[in-house]
Design a protein around this ligand. Structure first.
Ligand code: NDP
Length: 311
């Protein structure tokens, strides 16, 4: 296999609000910037519906549209935005050697990790079996396929509520499978779910198995707190039970907490490796908002700039 190589001042990995915002700042600061977007340009926001809480959009904006605008803004200042994924990262010494798609290496003086987080699954074999055939972790991506049908969504957080509401506008009936007797979601989200006529919350229920045929999902076998079993007839099974940070490629060189979130020096984007910075959901288990991701992207860019100036 032929490999190619190049040198850059700042390499940003991740095409979400953190990565693109970092690219706006680093390219405006004239740090020759290359950004790799990974498999999902725009990041998780492209799987959401309207973003109503990002300042500057009084009427709301679609997640995809907002991300494409931030991307365009970064490109306007010269950031070289590319499609590709990191397959290896050697962070032993600077310049760091980062391999893209196993065939291109980049020697980077600074690295900003903004790889975000990935949806979690329950870990059932039947979930794996029917993934893409009725099982999905993105209602806004796949909900349309279940128009007029019955579906279930697992989780009780803001994502589950938001996606249940989204599905309720497309599907005939939406079961929300909630493991406790309360929702974790914000009160405003809870109210919207409770108001929807076609959402039924199955409190204190867990999924034992997803049922299906050669055509995909046909139902789910649930158990309640008392151990009683119940079957629901559904064609779509959605997961909204949280996320795992995409930090694995950079560990153990870069330190993470026990959940895999990259540890940064409080109030900064500095990791334990000088010259490596982290921004967005890969280092934030708490806020995980577009606006906080964007802000941390700005911090990472400023820190990278200060770092290079000090060298
Ligand atoms: P959360 O971690 O907030 O919620 C996860 C939900 O899934 C919880 O109800 C949890 O139950 C449940 N859960 C976790 N594991 C399992 C399991 N194995 N089986 C069954 N249920 C399980 O994740 P979200 O993705 O909902 O939200 C992440 C962050 O993003 C939050 O800070 C949220 O506020 C924010 N957000 C904001 C939005 C907005 O403002 N528009 C929209 C979406 C997200 P339990 O409660 O029992 O732990």
């Amino acid at each position: 296999m032929t490999t190619t190589s190049e040198k850059v001042k700042c390499l940003i990995v991740g095409g979400g609000p953190a990565g693109y915002t970092a690219a706006i700042y680093t390219s405006r600061a004239n740090l020759q910037t290359v950004l790799y977007e990974g498999l999902q340009p725009g990041g998780q926001l492209t799987t959401t519906t309207d973003v109503e809480n990002f300042p500057g959009y009084p009427k709301g904006v679609s997640g995809t549209e907002m991300m494409m605008e931030i991307r365009e803004q970064a490109g306007r200042f010269g950031a070289d935005i590319r499609f590709g994924s990191v397959t290896k990262a050697n962070l032993d010494k600077r310049p760091f050697v980062i391999t893209i798609d196993d065939k291109h290496t980049i020697e980077a003086e600074t690295l900003i990790i903004a790889t975000g987080a990935t949806a979690k699954y329950l870990g059932l074999p039947s979930e794996e079996k029917y993934r893409g055939q009725g099982v999905s972790a993105c209602a806004t991506c796949d909900g349309f396929f279940y128009k007029g049908q019955d579906v279930a969504i697992v989780g009780g957080g803001d994502t589950a509520c938001e996606e249940a509401i989204y599905l309720s506008n497309i599907c005939r009936k939406v079961y929300m499978i909630v493991r406790r007797n309360v929702l974790r979601a914000s009160q405003a989200m809870q109210n919207r779910v409770l108001k929807a006529q076609n959402i039924e919350i199955l409190w204190e229920h867990q999924t034992k198995e997803i049922l299906g045929s050669t055509n995909g999902v046909t139902g789910a076998l649930l158990t309640n707190k008392a151990g009683e079993e119940k079957t629901i007839d559904i064609q779509g099974f959605f997961l909204a039970i949280g996320h795992t940070p995409n930090s694995g490629l950079f560990t153990p060189a870069v330190k993470t907490d026990e959940l895999g979130y990259i540890c940064t020096k409080p109030g900064t984007a500095y990791t334990n490796v000088p010259g490596v910075f982290a921004a967005g959901d890969v280092q934030d288990s708490q806020y995980r908002q577009a606006i906080t991701a964007a802000a941390s992207g700005c911090i990472a860019a400023k820190d990278a700039e200060f770092f290079l100036n000090e060298q």
